[in-house]
Design a binder for this molecule. Structure first.
Ligand code: PBG
Length: 328
């Protein structure tokens, strides 16, 4: 047998030390962004049933949670408000109320943890009685792009004023990055970062998140603004627009079923790339682990590493705390 010229990839796997040495990607706490939900009240910690281990926190407990995450080495939290229906209206007025729950929460977190980066989501859905990311034309049901931009800009300013470091437009309206950038610059927020949800797909993986915020669309779906999950070239089109409009960081969402999109964007931009490991992906792992059908921790770490391998610089994930605890 002519064995000496057989290429043996297994040779590099023979010991843990050697595997450590040749490892191509690392996951650290620097990669993690923790999404958190905030509600009105005091000392409130309401579980999100479809996301075991995730809660809606009142501001006091939110601040405690952020301190905990900071101790674990996490650099950034992404905040979302869960508002009472009574406060929602068709033009999302509450989204630019400087004294509302959300700006108050942002301020509280920044006061308590000035070094923690606060990222905030920009879209109408948590504030809209229609549950859509844009303004709905009452006659036709159309999501009105250009009228929505005005609200997005006001909302971004409210968040920036409250201390948000990173504005995250997740609404998928055309032209929003440029519109928000201009509004921020005009008011002196030239260093407020924009992380654009560049390739955000109309996905059924967002179900548990909509439970958490009670923000599911009241009618129709989000397919006239979020992307068709059959498309990849279109993601590059969105990338080119976001770059030209001044986005600082680009994002792909969802994550696990969209690793090809992440990899494609990685090859087509020099900007930092984020991926959103969304609520439904979290719920699936938790549910299967609860049944004892998979090893939840192992699947979590494998998934997070897959994002790094596909080209993500950072990962928004509900697993942030668990992963950070394991990485310590
Ligand atoms: C708001 C928004 C959504 C998510 C993040 N920002 C829901 C949606 O677009 O319907 C989903 C996040 C998740 O599922 O974890 N536009």
């Amino acid at each position: 047998m002519n064995g000496f010229n057989i290429s043996r990839p297994r040779r590099n796997r023979t010991s843990k030390a050697l595997r450590n040495l040749i490892r191509e990607n690392e996951l650290t706490t620097n990669d993690l962004i923790a999404p958190l939900f905030v509600i009105e009240g005091k000392n409130e910690k309401v579980p999100v049933t479809s996301m075991p281990g995730q809660f809606r926190f009142s501001i006091d407990l939110l601040v405690q949670k952020v301190k905990e995450l900071e101790k674990l080495g996490i650099n950034c939290v992404s905040l979302f408000p869960a508002l009472d229906d009574s406060i929602k209206d068709s033009t999302a007025t509450e989204s630019y109320n400087d004294n509302g729950l959300f700006p108050t929460a942002i301020k509280a977190v920044k006061d308590a943890c000035p070094d923690m980066l606060v990222m905030t989501d920009v879209a109408l859905d948590p504030y809209s009685s229609d549950g859509h990311d844009g303004i709905v034309d009452p006659k036709t049901g159309e999501i009105l792009n250009d009228q929505t931009l005005e609200v997005l800009a006001k909302m971004s300013l409210t968040q920036a004023k409250a201390g948000s470091d990173i504005i995250g437009p997740s609404d998928m309206m055309d032209g929003r990055v440029a519109y928000i950038r201009q509004a921020l610059d005009e008011e002196g927020y030239k260093n407020t970062n924009i992380m654009s949800y560049t390739a955000k797909y109309a996905s059924s993986f967002y179900g548990p998140f909509r439970d958490a915020l009670d923000s599911a669309p009241k009618s129709g779906d989000k397919k006239t603004y979020q992307m068709d999950f059959a498309n990849k070239r279109e993601a590059i089109r969105e990338l080119i627009l976001d770059e030209s409009e001044g986005a600082d960081i680009l994002m792909v969402k969802p994550g696990l079923a969209y690793l090809d999109i992440l990899s494609e964007l990685r090859m087509n931009t020099t900007l930092p790339l984020a991926v959103y490991n969304v609520s439904g992906e979290y719920a699936m792992v938790k549910a299967a682990a609860e049944k004892g059908w998979i090893d939840g921790e192992a699947v979590m770490m494998e998934s997070l590493m897959a994002f790094k391998r596909a080209g993500a610089d950072m990962i928004l994930t509900y697993f942030s705390q668990e992963a950070a605890e394991l990485l310590q």
